[in-house]
Design a protein around this ligand. Sequence first.
Ligand code: ZN
Length: 299
Amino acid sequence: MSLAPASTAPPPYRARSLRAGGWEVTELTDGHLRLDGGAMWGVVPATMWRSMTPPDADNRILMALRPFLARKGDVVAVIECGIGSRWDAKKRGIYGIEASVSLEQSLASCGVKPQEVTHVVASHAHWDHFGAAVVESGGALAPLFPNARHYLPKVEIENALNPDHVRRASYRREDVEPIARAGLLVAYEGNAEVVPGLRAHVLGGHSDGVAVMTLDEERPDGAIFWSDVVPTAHHAQPPYIMAYDIDVARSFDVRSKWIALAAERGWTGLFYHDLDTAFGRIERDGKRYRVVPLGDNAP
Ligand SMILES: [Zn+2]
């Protein structure tokens, strides 16, 4: 088997951006990680996924950790957080965690300081999505964004603070507790408006409370942040469900509904884990879907 060299080296951070409704949306980065290809693709056979997401010698797929900056008026929102730097050498090795550019550095390149962020909106509390919300400073844990209200689904907060046996590997209490202690944590449920034009929809499936976020969803040039509901552009077919998903039947239902809805509305998709595609529109292609890269996103 020949391995594509592209899978072994992360592409450079480009700070690509586009307009979505009334929002200016810019990709951020918190580096990359490598997860097992079989786990990322569930029942999809390697003969199908290997060409789309080439594995390394340990069968791991290189994936982006790509939060987004969404700005409109006085709102400076960080959508999803990244993995953060509180990792020991063993975990860094297992998960191939590397960040040549951190979340804070990518924000700085957009001219934004952590204390200027007004809202952090997260889809769920898995450590690769919320770990960067908390930093170690002077031996204590503190919020990276000291003035931001941090939005997480209610059930995700409960899971992070008290994970059961099945969920323990996916959450860290210390990612969420310092935010709660600082009085910055806001729990949401169902279909929640964070600020006008920025909504979170709790779907479940991948995790108990995983959500997608929408920007000006009533407009045809609106956007949807897919989180782990559609982790990469290659996963934009309803049955391509990760083995990590805790409720596969629910995943299939919500993915079928929301992928179809996004294609119908024409929303710009924002992809968190896709190595190359930050922005792409899902279109119907016969019985399947395809993703059309958008803006200055063309790989
Ligand atoms: Zn993830």
